[in-house]
Design a protein around this ligand. Structure first.
Ligand code: BES
Ligand code: MN
Ligand code: MN
Length: 453
């Protein structure tokens, strides 16, 4: 271990500049114009895994390729750890809000700014470098390792579930380790006890045959923009609860131990508010901010489209309106159950004079850790040694749908240890990753592999 840590220290500059090469590849999975870049990122990563001492392959799917790296030198009696991450990134738009260009990694005040720096290239690459350091310094590892990196996480992993099913024997493992989330705070490393799930829809409202003069037709003709606003307003009640019949039926009560754990975490609500530049917070009555974020479901508009939105005034009665609406789900809700409930709700609240069509985009199930004390202890002590502070248990409001599939199909528990910091602008302009976290985290992961052995 001392040799490994020295190796990390001595090679840190190179590790960083390699990460920046990775970040320069615009592997935006959602946009077909970037398909070539996405493949280039997969090939780049496979080559780096190979130079770290793993065997590696780029495996085609019906979408973006999967990168599979393997090191099985520990032998069949040793445990096998599957490390999962994603090399695809979110679209960088709106470009004008970036301080430096999204695919030109730039260092400012101890951070690197670039799309994918935190989500998830930076965190995935930390695993690659921790593996390289262990193999270079010690020549071996006490665990067998599988690195599985996908290029479609940001578009709902459509091809990964079949890939895992078809390759279940090759992917067999004792634990799945994932770094694609946040630490609780700077200097406060954490292990996750939950992720929320997701159910994502488009609501299309159709009015008259097309756009109309709002003076000539406004009044008798029902406006799809107005109707959509009414529909959206009907999704919550006055207490901030989701007002869809049956929506809460599968929500489980959390155990008192977890709720106590949440209460024990330091949380400064005024600092949170100020950092977000809002003068008040909202949400469901009766729950704390962290509970609202981690263990309660939500319904949010992600985008609205209707009528004229260009410069100046145009008196028009739009013929169409559309909203993207997503639900964050908590155990034991299932995304497939949300659609019929929402459909029934729309049937009740849609005004006469317009028709509504519901389109389901992707979904994902929520995840609750099956806390295995031995795993938690391994992670906590590795994090504590690297950061000088004990790891805390926390929930997470975001979603990584594949986690539940891994646990079911590979019959191995997942251990989620994230290194991004709160406020790092995931999916937004000026995404950043802490360089200190990059360094300490590589050390923490190298220690974790040792302990998992
Ligand atoms: N890494 C994130 C999920 C995440 C964010 C976990 C913050 C923990 C903290 C992941 O890449 C992501 O963005 N997931 C999507 C869902 C996916 C189906 C597009 C999300 O949560 O919106
Ligand atoms: Mn991610
Ligand atoms: Mn993401």
């Amino acid at each position: 271990m001392p040799d490994t840590l020295t190796f990390i220290e001595q090679n840190l500059g190179r590790f960083r500049s390699e990460l920046y090469d990775f970040l320069r590849i615009p592997s935006v999975s959602a946009k077909s114009e970037h398909d070539g870049d996405t493949r280039a990122a997969a090939e780049w990563l496979a080559e780096k895994l190979a130079s770290a001492g793993l065997t590696s392959e780029v495996i085609d799917t019906e979408g973006h390729p999967v990168v599979l790296g393997e090191w099985r030198g520990a032998g069949p009696a040793a445990p096998t750890v599957l490390i999962y991450g994603h090399y695809d990134v979110q679209p960088p738009e709106p470009l004008e809000l970036w301080t430096s260009p999204p695919f030109e990694p730039t260092e400012r005040n101890g951070r690197v700014y670039a799309r994918g720096s935190a989500d998830d290239k930076g965190q995935l690459y930390m695993h690659a470098k921790a593996l390289e350091a262990c193999l270079a310094a010690d020549g071996t590892l006490p665990i067998n390792v599988i690195v599985l990196a996908e290029g479609e996480e940001e578009v709902g992993s459509p091809n990964l579930v079949p890939f895992v099913e078809q390759n279940a024997a090759r992917l067999a493992c004792d634990v799945v380790v994932i770094s694609d989330s946040n630490m609780y705070a700077e200097g406060m490393p954490s292990v996750l006890f939950s992720l929320r799930g997701l159910a994502y829809f488009e609501i299309h409202v159709k009015g008259a045959r097309g756009d109309l003069h709002s003076g000539q037709f406004g009044g008798p003709v029902v406006n799809p923009g107005n109707a959509l606003a009414k529909i959206i307003a009907s999704l919550h009640d006055a207490d901030g609860r989701i007002a869809i019949d049956g929506f809460y039926d599968d929500v489980v009560e959390w155990d008192e131990e977890t709720r106590e754990q949440i209460r024990s975490l330091p949380f400064d609500i005024d600092a949170y508010r100020k950092e977000l530049e809002v003068d008040a917070l909202g949400g469901e009555k009766g729950w704390s901010t962290l509970e609202k974020l981690w263990i309660r479901p939500t319904c949010d508009v992600n985008g609205i489209l209707s009528g004229y939105t260009g410069e100046g005034a145009k008196t028009v009665l739009p013929g169409r309106a559309m909203a993207k609406v997503s639900f964050r789900l908590v155990p034991n809700q299932h995304p497939d159950r949300v659609k019929p409930l929402l459909e029934a709700h729309l049937g009740k609240v849609t005004p006469a004079g317009v028709t509504v069509e519901l389109v389901e985009l992707h979904g994902g199930r929520p995840w609750k850790a099956k806390v295995e004390q031995r795993l938690m202890d391994a992670a906590s002590s590795a994090l504590e040694e690297a950061y000088g502070a004990p790891a805390v248990l926390q929930g997470e409001g975001g979603s990584i749908p594949i986690v539940v599939d891994f646990e079911e199909k590979l019959k191995a528990p997942a251990l989620l240890v994230g290194f991004a910091l709160p406020g790092c602008n995931l999916h937004a302009p000026d995404e950043w990753f802490s360089l200190d976290s990059f360094e300490k985290g590589i050390g923490a992961l190298a220690r974790l592999y040792g302990r998992l052995g």
